[in-house]
Design a protein around this ligand. Structure first.
Ligand SMILES: N[C@@H](CCC(=O)N[C@@H](CS)C(=O)NCC(=O)O)C(=O)O
Length: 289
């Protein structure tokens, strides 16, 4: 399909924005961009401003405008991008029209609307991001919290951000997610094939999601849980994902001083306190051999 103009509304550090950016670079589709300062990271909270709520009434990024048509939700956007002609010949899906397995796995590896928090690989990861997000939310000026209270269209998010600001919402969350996360990692390991570099033979939408999830583990000082001998195929897979040009283009190139300094201030160059418990859980699940 021909496309005239593309405007991506996104945020540097948002997982779902990273997914869409990787897809754009994989396809070689050029785009204009508008950075949105998210309300949990920046006092401006631009995702709650009228101009953005007109684009996505849910107030979340990414959103994309393709020839005047607005599409929200990363999984839907990436499907649409796949149908566009970019400078690179790549199909991000198997050619099979009724590929429910792929659709299910795509939905399980991102923040899918309506999916219960912490029930999939994509929704368990935010459990571990919660302390870092809370750290940023607590730094916001009070007037930004009032803006969230008055304007955030999503009740669930509003409640979480307010609980982070006023209480210690994230305190026990990661502990509760360790077993589930380790189980999901082992399940994913069991689905990888040692004959393929990527999830399938060629790079696909699933690899985009996993690249972004694994990179988030790196932010959270949890990358080492991908490198144990309990999940050797994941270790190899992650190394292949990191070598992809789109990993730099769509993810790493968008880190700025702000993201690095938050990570440094929060973790102080130490690994996450949840790293060893996750590795111990992997050992328990796989046996100590
Ligand atoms: N299902 C949506 C989820 C979008 C989403 O939750 N975006 C987050 C960033 S990854 C966001 O905009 N958060 C800001 C907020 O909720 O205020 C997608 O895949 O695009």
């Amino acid at each position: 399909m021909e496309h005239k103009e593309i405007i991506l509304f996104h945020s540097n550090w948002s997982l779902c924005s990273q997914m869409v950016r990787v897809a754009l670079y994989e396809k070689g589709i050029s785009f204009n961009e508008r950075h949105i300062k998210l309300c949990d990271q920046y006092p401006e909270g631009e995702n709650l401003d009228e101009f953005f709520l007109d684009i996505n009434p849910l107030g979340t990024v990414p959103a994309i405008k393709i020839n005047e048509k607005i599409i929200c939700d990363s999984a839907i956007i990436i499907k649409e991008l796949n149908s566009l002609q970019g400078s690179k010949e790549i199909n991000l899906y198997k050619n099979d029209n009724n590929d429910t397995d792929t659709d299910t796995l795509i939905s399980e590896t991102t923040i899918t609307e309506g999916v219960k928090f912490a029930s999939t690989l994509g929704t368990i990861l935010p459990v571990f991001s919660a302390p870092l997000i809370q750290y940023m939310v607590k730094k916001l000026p009070f007037k930004s919290i009032v803006k969230i209270l008055l304007r955030h269209p999503r009740k669930d998010r509003k409640l979480i951000f307010l609980s982070m600001y006023f209480f210690n919402f994230s305190k026990n969350l990661p502990k509760m997610g360790i077993k589930k996360f380790a189980t999901e990692l082992i399940n994913f390991e069991n689905r990888l094939s040692k004959n393929n570099k990527f999830f399938y033979k060629t790079f696909s939408h699933i690899d985009i999601n996993m690249m972004c999830l694994f990179n988030r583990l790196k932010d959270l000082q949890l990358e080492d849980c991908l490198n144990t001998n309990k999940t050797p195929l994941i270790k190899r897979y992650w190394n292949h994902l990191k070598k992809r040009d789109s990993y730099d283009e769509g993810i790493l190139n968008y880190y700025t001083e702000k993201e690095f300094s938050i990570i440094n201030d929060f973790y102080q160059n130490k690994s996450s306190i949840f790293l060893n418990p996750i590795i111990e859980e992997l050992e328990l699940l796989k046996g100590n051999s």
